[in-house]
Design a binder for this molecule. Structure first.
Ligand SMILES: [Zn+2]
Length: 309
């Protein structure tokens, strides 16, 4: 081995050591810790299905974070008819950040409610109990809460509205009692001028899986391909191998009511999660690295949308 080759090899090794695994720009360790700590707090509240104690505590937490970091907190209460003669109150919470250039806002959404039952369990006793929803409801809510810290310190060109949707996971399949908060939010837009409709709606859901794989979702590809391209090219630049360029599922998540209205809407979700809608969807199935990697891609994406593009 020549001296020159040895030098090149040593230099190469140094470069590998110096290269950060995740971009320093967003202060990786700091935000990773914040995200994980919110997920622990949310799971500590227990199940967070509408009407539960954990649900109330979650609302209080989001309000506190909003009051501290957001420019404005908007509450959107609504009533849902869940059975004949029975209505229950629900609420979407929106943390608004003004942005430096104005223009139509980017909505980043996540449902904060958890499923009131575990329909993927085979044991009837387990089926009737509400789930903890560490990944389903918890992981994306934790990422959005950490994003409030980030946006307070790193304003984006466009306004950002972090929307915590209620009632995504409330009803049984086919009951029509799912996507309740996002449907209400989308219908409310019909009352306002189209100019103030969101520029883009980006929903995140179930992004805490240790083996994170985010395939391109069909509605997102149809309705928001330009935005999806941006997300995936940033993920590639960040060497994030969780973002898979193939398309896989067609998913009716909180992005769907916006997609139906013709608003560019994307969902980032890992639907290959064996603990989905079971009692096993617990904190130990989640990974801070997975959640941070989504946070990192999303924050870079929202910084890249200037008002003129
Ligand atoms: Zn769910």
């Amino acid at each position: 081995m020549t001296k020159k080759l040895i030098t090149i090899l040593i230099l190469g090794a140094c470069l590998v050591l110096l290269k950060p695994a995740i971009p320093e720009a967003v202060g990786n360790e700091k935000y990773s810790r914040i995200i994980w700590s919110y997920l622990e707090t949310l799971c500590g509240f227990g199940p967070r299905n509408p009407g539960s104690e954990g649900y109330q505590e979650t609302l209080e937490l989001i309000r506190r974070v909003g009051k501290k970091y957001a420019d404005r907190v908007v509450e959107q209460p609504f009533l849902v008819q869940v059975s004949e003669g029975k209505k229950i109150p629900m609420v979407n919470l929106e943390l608004q950040f003004a942005g430096t250039e104005g223009g139509a806002p980017i909505v980043i959404g996540s449902h904060f409610d958890t499923r009131p039952f575990a329909d993927q369990e085979t044991d009837p006793e387990k089926q009737i109990k509400p789930i903890l929803g560490a990944n389903d409801g918890g992981s994306s809510t934790a990422v959005l809460l950490a994003m409030a810290h980030y946006l307070f310190q790193h304003p984006t060109p466009r306004p950002i509205h972090l929307v915590f949707f209620d009632g995504e996971d409330y009803g049984a399949r086919g009951s029509g009692l799912n996507l309740l908060g996002s449907t209400h939010y989308a219908q409310d837009l019909l009352q306002v001028d189209r100019k103030s409709w969101p520029y883009w709606v980006l929903v995140i859901d179930m992004i805490g899986d240790k083996d994170l794989q985010i395939f391109k979702e069909t509605h997102s590809l149809k309705g928001s391909s330009r935005f999806l391209d941006r997300i995936y090219s940033i993920a590639k630049k960040q060497n994030n191998s969780s973002f898979k360029s193939q398309s896989k599922y067609t998913i009716f998540d909180d992005h769907y009511p916006f997609y139906k209205m013709g608003i560019p809407a994307t969902v980032l979700i890992d639907f290959d999660y064996p603990y989905w809608h079971t009692q096993e969807d617990t904190l130990d199935k989640c990974s801070p690295e997975s959640m941070f990697s989504v946070f990192s891609v999303v924050t870079e994406a929202i910084q890249s949308f200037q008002v003129e593009n």
